[in-house]
Design a protein around this ligand. Structure first.
Ligand SMILES: Cc1ncc(COP(=O)(O)O)c(C=O)c1O
Length: 391
Protein backbone atom coordinates (compact mmCIF):
# COMPACT_ATOMS: atom_id res chain seq x y z
CA UNK A 1 0.00 0.00 0.00
CA UNK A 2 1.27 3.46 -0.87
CA UNK A 3 1.63 5.36 2.38
CA UNK A 4 3.30 8.61 1.35
CA UNK A 5 1.65 11.13 -0.93
CA UNK A 6 3.46 11.72 -4.19
CA UNK A 7 4.44 15.23 -3.14
CA UNK A 8 5.92 13.97 0.14
CA UNK A 9 7.87 11.33 -1.74
CA UNK A 10 9.20 14.06 -4.01
CA UNK A 11 10.11 16.28 -1.07
CA UNK A 12 11.85 13.41 0.73
CA UNK A 13 13.83 12.60 -2.44
CA UNK A 14 14.97 16.23 -2.80
CA UNK A 15 16.04 16.33 0.83
CA UNK A 16 17.79 12.94 0.85
CA UNK A 17 21.40 14.22 0.68
CA UNK A 18 20.85 16.50 3.68
CA UNK A 19 19.00 13.87 5.69
CA UNK A 20 21.79 11.37 4.99
CA UNK A 21 24.43 13.88 6.02
CA UNK A 22 22.60 14.85 9.20
CA UNK A 23 21.57 11.37 10.31
CA UNK A 24 23.91 8.83 8.74
CA UNK A 25 27.33 10.36 7.86
CA UNK A 26 30.43 10.43 10.05
CA UNK A 27 29.20 13.88 11.02
CA UNK A 28 25.82 12.42 11.97
CA UNK A 29 27.48 9.91 14.26
CA UNK A 30 30.21 12.04 15.81
CA UNK A 31 29.01 15.64 15.80
CA UNK A 32 28.35 15.69 19.54
CA UNK A 33 31.61 14.00 20.55
CA UNK A 34 33.91 15.98 22.82
CA UNK A 35 36.42 18.05 20.86
CA UNK A 36 34.39 18.12 17.64
CA UNK A 37 34.96 21.24 15.52
CA UNK A 38 31.59 21.84 13.93
CA UNK A 39 31.57 24.05 10.81
CA UNK A 40 28.40 22.58 9.32
CA UNK A 41 24.97 24.12 9.96
CA UNK A 42 24.63 27.77 11.00
CA UNK A 43 23.95 26.87 14.60
CA UNK A 44 25.25 28.65 17.73
CA UNK A 45 28.19 27.14 19.62
CA UNK A 46 28.39 29.83 22.27
CA UNK A 47 25.92 31.04 24.89
CA UNK A 48 22.99 33.08 23.49
CA UNK A 49 23.20 36.87 23.15
CA UNK A 50 22.56 38.65 26.44
CA UNK A 51 20.18 41.10 24.75
CA UNK A 52 18.01 38.24 23.52
CA UNK A 53 17.90 36.50 26.88
CA UNK A 54 17.03 39.73 28.69
CA UNK A 55 14.21 40.54 26.28
CA UNK A 56 12.69 37.07 26.52
CA UNK A 57 12.97 37.08 30.31
CA UNK A 58 11.18 40.42 30.51
CA UNK A 59 8.40 39.39 28.17
CA UNK A 60 7.66 36.03 29.71
CA UNK A 61 5.83 37.73 32.60
CA UNK A 62 2.16 38.14 31.67
CA UNK A 63 0.78 41.67 31.76
CA UNK A 64 -2.84 40.69 31.06
CA UNK A 65 -5.01 37.55 30.76
CA UNK A 66 -4.57 37.48 26.96
CA UNK A 67 -0.77 37.49 27.16
CA UNK A 68 -0.51 33.98 25.75
CA UNK A 69 -3.71 34.03 23.70
CA UNK A 70 -3.58 33.21 19.97
CA UNK A 71 -1.34 35.71 18.18
CA UNK A 72 -1.48 36.46 14.45
CA UNK A 73 0.32 39.35 12.74
CA UNK A 74 0.07 41.64 15.77
CA UNK A 75 -0.43 45.35 14.95
CA UNK A 76 2.50 46.41 17.17
CA UNK A 77 4.90 44.01 15.41
CA UNK A 78 3.72 45.00 11.94
CA UNK A 79 3.89 48.72 12.64
CA UNK A 80 7.34 48.49 14.15
CA UNK A 81 8.71 46.39 11.29
CA UNK A 82 7.07 48.51 8.57
CA UNK A 83 8.81 51.60 9.99
CA UNK A 84 12.17 49.91 10.52
CA UNK A 85 12.15 48.25 7.09
CA UNK A 86 11.13 51.50 5.40
CA UNK A 87 14.17 53.20 6.92
CA UNK A 88 16.47 50.28 6.12
CA UNK A 89 15.44 49.87 2.46
CA UNK A 90 14.26 53.41 1.64
CA UNK A 91 10.76 52.23 0.70
CA UNK A 92 7.33 53.08 2.16
CA UNK A 93 6.12 49.89 3.78
CA UNK A 94 2.82 50.06 5.65
CA UNK A 95 1.89 47.72 8.52
CA UNK A 96 -0.47 45.76 6.26
CA UNK A 97 2.46 44.91 3.96
CA UNK A 98 4.05 42.85 6.73
CA UNK A 99 2.92 39.29 7.51
CA UNK A 100 4.53 37.97 10.71
CA UNK A 101 5.85 34.43 10.35
CA UNK A 102 7.77 31.65 12.08
CA UNK A 103 11.10 32.70 10.56
CA UNK A 104 12.04 32.77 6.90
CA UNK A 105 10.97 29.15 6.38
CA UNK A 106 7.33 30.01 6.96
CA UNK A 107 7.59 33.28 5.04
CA UNK A 108 8.94 31.40 2.01
CA UNK A 109 6.17 28.79 2.27
CA UNK A 110 3.64 31.63 2.55
CA UNK A 111 5.02 33.34 -0.57
CA UNK A 112 4.71 30.07 -2.52
CA UNK A 113 1.17 29.55 -1.25
CA UNK A 114 0.03 33.11 -1.93
CA UNK A 115 0.93 33.46 -5.59
CA UNK A 116 1.68 30.00 -7.05
CA UNK A 117 -0.47 27.10 -8.24
CA UNK A 118 0.34 23.41 -8.51
CA UNK A 119 2.70 22.73 -11.40
CA UNK A 120 4.09 26.26 -11.54
CA UNK A 121 7.84 26.45 -12.10
CA UNK A 122 10.15 28.34 -9.75
CA UNK A 123 13.74 29.20 -10.64
CA UNK A 124 16.12 28.62 -7.72
CA UNK A 125 19.89 29.23 -7.50
CA UNK A 126 22.47 26.45 -7.48
CA UNK A 127 24.48 26.32 -5.35
CA UNK A 128 21.85 27.59 -2.96
CA UNK A 129 19.99 26.93 0.26
CA UNK A 130 19.13 23.23 0.35
CA UNK A 131 15.47 23.60 1.35
CA UNK A 132 13.96 25.50 -1.59
CA UNK A 133 13.58 22.42 -3.78
CA UNK A 134 12.01 20.19 -1.13
CA UNK A 135 9.65 22.97 -0.01
CA UNK A 136 8.57 23.45 -3.61
CA UNK A 137 8.06 19.73 -4.13
CA UNK A 138 6.00 19.49 -0.95
CA UNK A 139 3.75 22.22 -2.37
CA UNK A 140 3.35 20.46 -5.75
CA UNK A 141 5.52 23.10 -7.39
CA UNK A 142 8.41 22.50 -9.76
CA UNK A 143 11.95 23.63 -8.86
CA UNK A 144 14.03 24.70 -11.84
CA UNK A 145 17.65 24.74 -10.71
CA UNK A 146 19.80 27.36 -12.40
CA UNK A 147 23.56 27.54 -11.83
CA UNK A 148 25.27 30.72 -10.69
CA UNK A 149 28.16 31.82 -12.89
CA UNK A 150 31.51 30.46 -11.75
CA UNK A 151 34.05 31.20 -10.41
CA UNK A 152 32.46 34.31 -8.83
CA UNK A 153 28.94 32.94 -8.29
CA UNK A 154 27.23 36.01 -9.72
CA UNK A 155 23.70 35.72 -11.09
CA UNK A 156 23.87 34.06 -14.51
CA UNK A 157 21.30 36.06 -16.43
CA UNK A 158 21.64 34.07 -19.62
CA UNK A 159 21.00 30.84 -17.76
CA UNK A 160 17.98 32.34 -15.98
CA UNK A 161 16.61 33.60 -19.29
CA UNK A 162 17.10 30.17 -20.86
CA UNK A 163 15.30 28.47 -17.94
CA UNK A 164 12.13 30.54 -18.25
CA UNK A 165 9.19 28.70 -19.82
CA UNK A 166 5.48 29.51 -20.16
CA UNK A 167 5.00 27.85 -16.70
CA UNK A 168 7.58 30.02 -14.84
CA UNK A 169 5.93 32.05 -12.12
CA UNK A 170 8.71 32.92 -9.68
CA UNK A 171 12.46 33.46 -9.44
CA UNK A 172 14.14 33.17 -6.03
CA UNK A 173 17.03 35.53 -5.32
CA UNK A 174 19.05 35.10 -2.13
CA UNK A 175 21.39 37.95 -1.18
CA UNK A 176 23.58 37.85 0.87
CA UNK A 177 23.84 34.39 -0.61
CA UNK A 178 24.08 31.09 1.20
CA UNK A 179 26.54 29.37 0.66
CA UNK A 180 28.85 31.77 -1.23
CA UNK A 181 28.43 34.97 0.80
CA UNK A 182 27.96 37.02 -2.38
CA UNK A 183 25.90 40.22 -2.13
CA UNK A 184 24.45 41.22 -5.50
CA UNK A 185 24.97 44.76 -6.78
CA UNK A 186 22.23 47.14 -7.86
CA UNK A 187 23.41 46.71 -11.47
CA UNK A 188 23.07 42.91 -11.37
CA UNK A 189 19.64 43.10 -9.75
CA UNK A 190 18.50 45.77 -12.19
CA UNK A 191 19.56 43.58 -15.11
CA UNK A 192 17.65 40.66 -13.58
CA UNK A 193 14.48 42.68 -13.07
CA UNK A 194 14.68 44.03 -16.65
CA UNK A 195 14.89 40.42 -17.76
CA UNK A 196 11.87 39.46 -15.61
CA UNK A 197 9.82 42.32 -17.04
CA UNK A 198 10.48 41.32 -20.62
CA UNK A 199 10.07 37.59 -19.89
CA UNK A 200 6.75 38.25 -18.14
CA UNK A 201 5.56 40.14 -21.22
CA UNK A 202 6.76 37.36 -23.48
CA UNK A 203 4.98 34.54 -21.61
CA UNK A 204 2.01 36.77 -20.84
CA UNK A 205 2.09 35.96 -17.13
CA UNK A 206 3.72 37.82 -14.26
CA UNK A 207 6.91 36.27 -12.87
CA UNK A 208 7.23 37.04 -9.16
CA UNK A 209 10.55 37.59 -7.47
CA UNK A 210 11.07 36.16 -3.99
CA UNK A 211 13.92 38.00 -2.28
CA UNK A 212 15.21 35.69 0.44
CA UNK A 213 17.05 38.09 2.77
CA UNK A 214 17.64 36.43 6.15
CA UNK A 215 21.32 37.48 6.10
CA UNK A 216 20.55 41.08 5.10
CA UNK A 217 22.15 42.51 8.22
CA UNK A 218 25.16 40.23 8.18
CA UNK A 219 27.39 42.04 5.71
CA UNK A 220 31.06 42.95 5.77
CA UNK A 221 30.92 45.82 3.28
CA UNK A 222 29.71 49.34 3.97
CA UNK A 223 27.91 49.49 0.60
CA UNK A 224 24.17 49.94 1.15
CA UNK A 225 22.06 46.82 0.73
CA UNK A 226 19.86 46.83 -2.37
CA UNK A 227 16.68 44.80 -2.15
CA UNK A 228 15.03 43.77 -5.41
CA UNK A 229 11.83 45.09 -3.79
CA UNK A 230 13.10 48.59 -4.62
CA UNK A 231 13.54 47.70 -8.29
CA UNK A 232 10.72 45.31 -9.16
CA UNK A 233 7.16 45.80 -7.89
CA UNK A 234 6.31 42.05 -7.99
CA UNK A 235 8.80 41.29 -5.21
CA UNK A 236 8.07 39.58 -1.91
CA UNK A 237 10.77 39.80 0.77
CA UNK A 238 11.22 37.08 3.37
CA UNK A 239 13.26 37.76 6.48
CA UNK A 240 14.28 35.88 9.63
CA UNK A 241 15.70 37.06 12.95
CA UNK A 242 17.26 33.62 13.40
CA UNK A 243 20.52 34.63 11.73
CA UNK A 244 21.23 38.07 13.17
CA UNK A 245 20.33 36.80 16.67
CA UNK A 246 21.99 33.43 16.03
CA UNK A 247 18.96 31.84 17.65
CA UNK A 248 17.23 29.90 14.87
CA UNK A 249 15.25 27.89 17.41
CA UNK A 250 13.32 31.02 18.46
CA UNK A 251 11.19 31.47 15.38
CA UNK A 252 10.57 35.03 14.22
CA UNK A 253 10.39 36.49 10.72
CA UNK A 254 8.11 38.07 8.17
CA UNK A 255 7.02 38.28 4.58
CA UNK A 256 6.88 41.84 3.20
CA UNK A 257 5.07 43.00 0.07
CA UNK A 258 6.94 45.52 -2.10
CA UNK A 259 5.25 48.92 -1.70
CA UNK A 260 5.83 49.45 -5.44
CA UNK A 261 3.23 46.79 -6.29
CA UNK A 262 0.19 48.29 -8.07
CA UNK A 263 -2.42 49.13 -5.43
CA UNK A 264 -5.09 46.67 -6.49
CA UNK A 265 -2.63 43.75 -6.37
CA UNK A 266 -1.11 45.00 -3.13
CA UNK A 267 -4.58 45.12 -1.55
CA UNK A 268 -5.37 41.62 -2.74
CA UNK A 269 -2.22 40.21 -1.15
CA UNK A 270 -2.67 42.21 2.06
CA UNK A 271 -6.23 40.95 2.36
CA UNK A 272 -5.21 37.31 1.91
CA UNK A 273 -2.23 36.81 4.23
CA UNK A 274 -4.26 36.30 7.44
CA UNK A 275 -6.51 33.57 6.02
CA UNK A 276 -3.77 31.91 4.00
CA UNK A 277 -1.49 31.69 7.05
CA UNK A 278 -4.30 30.15 9.06
CA UNK A 279 -5.05 27.70 6.27
CA UNK A 280 -1.38 26.66 6.21
CA UNK A 281 -1.60 25.60 9.84
CA UNK A 282 -0.86 28.71 11.88
CA UNK A 283 2.47 30.04 10.67
CA UNK A 284 2.50 33.12 12.95
CA UNK A 285 5.31 33.64 15.49
CA UNK A 286 4.68 32.79 19.13
CA UNK A 287 3.43 35.46 21.52
CA UNK A 288 6.78 35.87 23.24
CA UNK A 289 8.62 36.59 20.00
CA UNK A 290 5.97 39.09 18.89
CA UNK A 291 6.38 41.08 22.12
CA UNK A 292 10.14 41.06 21.60
CA UNK A 293 10.27 42.57 18.10
CA UNK A 294 11.02 46.17 19.09
CA UNK A 295 13.62 45.33 21.75
CA UNK A 296 15.40 42.90 19.44
CA UNK A 297 15.86 45.50 16.72
CA UNK A 298 19.26 46.54 18.05
CA UNK A 299 20.44 43.06 19.12
CA UNK A 300 22.92 41.36 16.81
CA UNK A 301 25.75 38.91 16.75
CA UNK A 302 29.11 40.64 16.97
CA UNK A 303 29.85 41.47 13.33
CA UNK A 304 33.43 42.58 14.08
CA UNK A 305 34.19 39.25 15.74
CA UNK A 306 32.59 37.46 12.80
CA UNK A 307 34.74 39.44 10.34
CA UNK A 308 37.81 38.48 12.36
CA UNK A 309 36.91 34.80 12.14
CA UNK A 310 36.25 35.17 8.41
CA UNK A 311 39.64 36.82 7.84
CA UNK A 312 41.52 34.34 9.99
CA UNK A 313 40.07 31.35 8.10
CA UNK A 314 40.11 32.92 4.67
CA UNK A 315 43.71 34.06 4.81
CA UNK A 316 44.96 30.82 6.34
CA UNK A 317 43.17 28.65 3.79
CA UNK A 318 44.25 30.81 0.85
CA UNK A 319 47.84 30.68 2.06
CA UNK A 320 47.69 26.86 1.87
CA UNK A 321 46.39 26.96 -1.69
CA UNK A 322 42.63 26.73 -1.15
CA UNK A 323 40.62 28.67 -3.71
CA UNK A 324 38.00 30.53 -1.69
CA UNK A 325 35.23 32.99 -2.54
CA UNK A 326 35.71 36.00 -0.20
CA UNK A 327 32.24 36.45 1.33
CA UNK A 328 30.68 39.92 1.42
CA UNK A 329 28.00 38.72 3.83
CA UNK A 330 26.44 35.73 5.69
CA UNK A 331 28.39 33.63 8.18
CA UNK A 332 29.60 31.13 5.58
CA UNK A 333 32.80 30.53 3.67
CA UNK A 334 32.68 28.72 0.33
CA UNK A 335 35.61 27.36 -1.56
CA UNK A 336 37.07 24.53 -3.58
CA UNK A 337 38.21 21.36 -1.89
CA UNK A 338 41.86 20.47 -2.50
CA UNK A 339 42.01 18.05 -5.46
CA UNK A 340 38.42 18.95 -6.26
CA UNK A 341 36.69 16.10 -4.41
CA UNK A 342 34.47 17.60 -1.73
CA UNK A 343 33.15 14.32 -0.35
CA UNK A 344 36.57 12.84 0.17
CA UNK A 345 37.80 16.12 1.64
CA UNK A 346 34.90 16.27 4.12
CA UNK A 347 35.58 12.66 5.14
CA UNK A 348 39.31 13.33 5.61
CA UNK A 349 38.50 16.21 7.94
CA UNK A 350 35.73 14.28 9.69
CA UNK A 351 38.18 11.52 10.54
CA UNK A 352 39.94 14.15 12.66
CA UNK A 353 36.68 15.53 14.13
CA UNK A 354 36.49 18.61 11.90
CA UNK A 355 33.14 18.79 10.17
CA UNK A 356 32.36 20.84 7.06
CA UNK A 357 29.54 20.56 4.53
CA UNK A 358 30.54 18.95 1.25
CA UNK A 359 29.38 20.86 -1.81
CA UNK A 360 27.36 17.81 -2.86
CA UNK A 361 24.70 19.08 -0.44
CA UNK A 362 24.50 22.14 -2.71
CA UNK A 363 24.82 20.14 -5.95
CA UNK A 364 28.46 21.13 -6.37
CA UNK A 365 30.95 18.26 -6.15
CA UNK A 366 34.15 20.28 -5.93
CA UNK A 367 33.24 22.80 -3.24
CA UNK A 368 32.68 22.90 0.50
CA UNK A 369 30.99 25.23 2.97
CA UNK A 370 32.22 26.33 6.38
CA UNK A 371 29.95 27.98 8.93
CA UNK A 372 31.76 30.66 10.90
CA UNK A 373 29.36 30.21 13.79
CA UNK A 374 32.03 27.80 15.03
CA UNK A 375 33.94 29.29 17.94
CA UNK A 376 37.33 31.02 17.52
CA UNK A 377 38.75 28.22 19.62
CA UNK A 378 37.37 25.57 17.21
CA UNK A 379 38.90 27.52 14.33
CA UNK A 380 42.36 27.52 15.94
CA UNK A 381 42.11 23.80 16.67
CA UNK A 382 40.93 23.00 13.16
CA UNK A 383 43.36 25.13 11.14
CA UNK A 384 46.31 22.68 11.29
CA UNK A 385 43.95 19.95 10.12
CA UNK A 386 42.86 22.09 7.14
CA UNK A 387 46.55 22.71 6.44
CA UNK A 388 47.29 18.97 6.45
CA UNK A 389 44.31 18.26 4.19
CA UNK A 390 45.70 20.65 1.57
CA UNK A 391 48.95 18.71 1.22
C1 LIG B 1 19.11 31.30 2.47
C2 LIG B 1 18.23 30.88 3.58
N1 LIG B 1 16.91 31.13 3.53
C3 LIG B 1 16.09 30.81 4.53
C4 LIG B 1 16.54 30.17 5.66
C5 LIG B 1 15.58 29.82 6.76
O1 LIG B 1 15.83 30.63 7.87
P1 LIG B 1 15.06 30.38 9.27
O2 LIG B 1 15.41 29.00 9.73
O3 LIG B 1 15.61 31.41 10.18
O4 LIG B 1 13.62 30.50 8.99
C6 LIG B 1 17.90 29.87 5.76
C7 LIG B 1 18.43 29.14 6.94
O5 LIG B 1 19.47 28.58 6.92
C8 LIG B 1 18.77 30.25 4.71
O6 LIG B 1 20.08 29.98 4.74
Amino acid sequence: MKVLSQRSQNAVAEFAPIADFFLRSTYGEARNAAGACDFTFGNPHEMPLAGLVKTLAQNVHPQNPEWFAYKTSEPESRTFIADALSRELGLDFEPEDIAMTQGAFAAIALAFRLVLDAGDEVVIPVPGWFCYASMLRAADLVPVKVGLSEPDFDLDLEAIEAAITPRTRMVVVNSPHNPTGRVYSREQLQALTDLLNSASNRIDARIWLLSDEPYRRIRFTSAPFVSPAALYPWTLIDYSYGKVLLAPGQRLGYLAISPLLPNDQRDELRGATFSVQMSMGWTFPDALMQYSVASLESVSIDLDALAEKRDRMLHSLEQWGYRMVPPEGTFYLWGEAPKGDALRFAETLAARSVFVMPGTLFERKRHFRISLTATAEMIERALPIFRDAAK
